[in-house]
Ligand binder design. Structure first.
Ligand SMILES: O=C(O)CCC(=O)C(=O)O
Length: 286
């Protein structure tokens, strides 16, 4: 059995920290030991066949958009696997991800908010609608990010995520949508997500291989295309973190966690089993 280390294969460079701050997204090639991906692959398959933990978003899409998925592929998605599956918990808390998030967010401490499984099987026609994560989170503040870990080679054909560079600086919280359709989630608030033209020069996407990581700011607009390949899977795990300075912001209609019933808007995020502290900047390492 391979050893799972919390050390990344390389450091995050100062240029990558600056790029994350400027663009609201950064691609970190070759940073995650592949032992972590081996560690996740079995548990991912277990989660995919468990209808309690994973939703077929193509069914949801058919319901929302009144269109069947003619490609026959499925977009399988789940959330909060770390709460009931040790392998996901280990990945979210003991892999290099928390330190990488802490470095990019220039944070003193990092808390785990949630994880998500995002698998587009070959022939999935469903898009990931453009959205901003922040409107789904019961949080406000600047130090909030999503780490997107590909378990397969991913490119435009298989549904690489596109990011609208600089959109994290708009100061706007956008209304959550159904994720596979741009219709808003009922009962939620926020500004409508703007229409993003596919030729917008601010859009960027990355060809990634296992061992790479893409990290985006929670306020960055992003979406993804279908998986047009008939043979290649697009498996990814997103883990979402927040840092010091972030406060709870209860957002009506947005997906809530059990512990959100115990907090009020304006409360600082502190260590809690529902949002545990998973990293602290080593003393003297500023
Ligand atoms: O993987 C995808 O299609 C979308 C990912 C995403 O929106 C996220 O992780 O925030």
């Amino acid at each position: 059995m391979s050893v799972l280390s919390s050390e990344p294969l390389r450091s995050v460079t100062a240029a990558e920290v600056a790029q994350f701050a400027a663009d609201g997204v950064v691609h970190l090639p070759g940073i995650l030991p592949t032992a972590w991906l081996d560690h996740l692959s079995g548990p991912v398959e277990e989660a995919l066949v468990d209808p309690v933990t994973t939703t077929d978003m193509t069914t949801l899409w058919a319901g929302v958009a009144e269109t069947a998925d003619p490609g026959g592929g499925r977009f399988l998605s789940g959330v909060d696997h770390w709460r009931h599956h040790e392998a996901f918990a280990r990945f979210a808390t003991a892999s290099p991800l928390p330190a990488i998030a802490g470095t990019l967010l220039v944070a003193d401490r990092i808390h785990l908010y949630e994880d998500s499984l995002l698998v587009k099987e070959p022939g999935t026609v469903a898009h990931t609608a453009f959205h901003q994560d922040l409107g789904y989170f019961h949080l406000s503040g600047d130090r909030i990010c999503t780490t997107w870990t590909p378990l397969d080679e991913v490119d435009a054909e298989t549904g690489a995520v596109s990011y609208l560079r600089g959109s994290h600086r708009s100061g706007v919280v956008h209304r959550p949508n159904w994720f596979v359709d741009d219709k808003p989630l009922p009962g939620t608030g926020g500004e409508p997500v703007p229409v993003v033209h596919p030729d917008d020069p601010r859009l960027i996407r990355f060809d990634t291989v296992p061992g790479d990581l893409v990290v985006h700011h929670a306020a960055t607009l992003h979406g993804a295309g279908p998986n047009r390949s008939t043979t290649r899977r697009r498996r990814a795990v997103s883990v979402r973190y927040c840092g010091n300075g972030v406060r709870y912001e209860i957002r009506p209609g947005a997906p809530a966690k059990a512990h959100h019933a115990e907090v009020n808007s304006g409360d600082p995020v502190v260590d809690h089993p529902g949002c545990p502290e998973v990293w602290r900047r080593p003393l003297g390492s500023d």
